[in-house]
Design a protein around this ligand. Structure first.
Ligand SMILES: *Cc1c(COP(=O)(O)O)cnc(C)c1O
Length: 413
């Protein structure tokens, strides 16, 4: 960092401030994580300097001797980790990866069926605010309002009614595992392509604590930076029969040159995920979530579906007399960072909804265990009230910082 420090004080100062901020606060944002130092190093290399339009062995620029090996290494590691026939590691992020799948299998105006955004789906699953909802005829399934669970009979009914080209399974805020055999059967019943978007839970799949969608799905997309703990990017896995269509959709269909330096970081993260220690990590993520969920329920919080069996929780704060936004803002003042979120059957607007979403991937990466989960629940119980006292929030922020001190975040360790 010394060169950056000498050359650009403004950016250097912000990097240092962000390091201190991440170290001193508890991060419960379910989609975030801390990459290892090795991943950070791999992302900051001279692979930034190279254009590699095309694929290994078939590029449109010369000079690919090392880039070809690098991308092949990432591809092979991705295939091995998830048991996939084909992998494309070039998508810039999760959203472009999903758009590439639409481009490969659907025409504008075609019907797709995915989980409603306000029920835990993702923007790219056909939300009206997203290109996927503007360019395609998106139909949505909801969670059962009583149980907070996916209703597979309802998904089948909608599939039969609307005959989607693509059936999308996957979510950004569903605290339970998915039944991929059921999704496969529904897709087969109507002749749809089954896309599983495992952006949130890919790391749990890699660690063996969540069923693997790869044997069931035609295509699986994932971000690399959530539970998978790599740099910001994405991977598309698919059956060999779809390999050409997917590769063509990513490049030249949607993107130009791949971000080779990110590919290096992805390769490093995939190797980390192939180690036995990553299975231990994934298990701890789920165990921490279970402990935190149980403690929140004990303290009177309303968890959608009653709990969790993955890395995240969705909490309806209506009975606390506080909106999700107010809770999130007050928690931030107390050093606890999470996001406000809509809940199934939401009656408020998305910018100030009834709930919060929280997850354990980040805190587990820095070494928190069950004891820290109980502490977090007690702070949440104190902060999520109609009018918490400002001095108390500041005092909790100091307690949070003290708790965090011995748990150095991975990139800084
Ligand atoms: C995060 C997420 C994405 C999008 O990833 P970006 O990298 O933010 O574009 C796509 N699908 C799901 C289910 C996600 O949770």
């Amino acid at each position: 960092m010394t060169v950056l420090e000498q050359q650009d004080q403004d950016v250097y100062r912000l990097v240092k401030a962000e390091e201190a901020y991440q170290q001193a606060t508890i991060r419960l944002i379910a989609s975030e994580n801390y990459t290892s130092k090795a991943v950070l190093e791999a992302c900051g290399t001279v692979f930034q300097n190279k254009y590699s339009e095309g694929y290994p062995g078939a590029r449109f620029y010369q000079g690919q001797i090392n880039c070809d090996q690098l991308e092949t290494l990432a591809i092979e590691r991705a295939k091995k980790l998830f048991g996939a026939e084909h992998a494309n590691v070039q998508p810039y992020s999760g959203s472009p990866a999903n758009l590439a799948v639409y481009l490969a299998f659907a025409k504008p105006g075609d019907t797709v069926l995915g989980l409603n955004l306000s029920h835990g789906g993702h923007l790219t699953h056909g939300s009206k605010a997203s290109a996927t909802g503007k360019w395609f005829n998106a139909v949505h399934y909801n969670l059962n309002p009583e149980t907070g669970l996916l209703d597979y009979d309802e998904i089948l009914r909608l599939a039969k009614e609307h005959r989607p080209k693509i059936l999308i399974a996957g979510h950004s805020a569903y605290p339970r595992q998915l039944d991929f055999a059921r999704f496969r059967a529904i897709a087969d019943e109507v002749g749809a392509i089954l896309l599983v978007d495992m952006a949130h839970f890919a790391g749990l799949v890699a660690g063996g604590v969540h069923p693997n969608p790869v044997p069931y799905a035609d295509v699986v997309t994932t971000t690399t930076h959530k539970t998978l703990r790599g740099p910001r990017g994405a991977i598309i896995l698919c059956k060999e029969v779809h390999a050409k269509a997917i590769d063509k959709a990513v490049f030249p269909g949607l993107q130009g040159g791949p971000h080779n330096a990110t590919t290096a970081g992805i390769a490093v993260a995939l190797a980390e995920a192939l180690r036995p220690s990553f299975a231990t990590y994934a298990k701890a993520v789920v165990e921490n979530a279970r402990v935190l969920a149980n403690e929140l329920v004990k303290r009177g919080f309303t968890l959608i579906s009653g709990g969790t069996d993955n890395h995240l929780m969705l909490v309806d704060l209506t009975n606390r007399g506080v909106t999700g936004k107010v809770a999130a803002v007050n928690l931030e003042k107390a050093g606890i960072v999470l996001n406000y979120n809509t809940v199934p059957g939401e009656t408020r607007k998305a910018s100030d909804p009834s709930g919060i979403r929280l997850g354990t991937p980040s805190v587990t990466s820095r070494g928190f265990g069950p004891a820290e989960m109980l502490k977090i629940a007690s702070w949440m119980d104190e902060v999520i009230v109609p009018e918490p006292r400002g001095e108390r929030l500041a005092a909790i922020a100091a307690e949070v910082e003290a708790l965090c001190r011995p748990f150095t975040i991975p990139g800084l360790a």
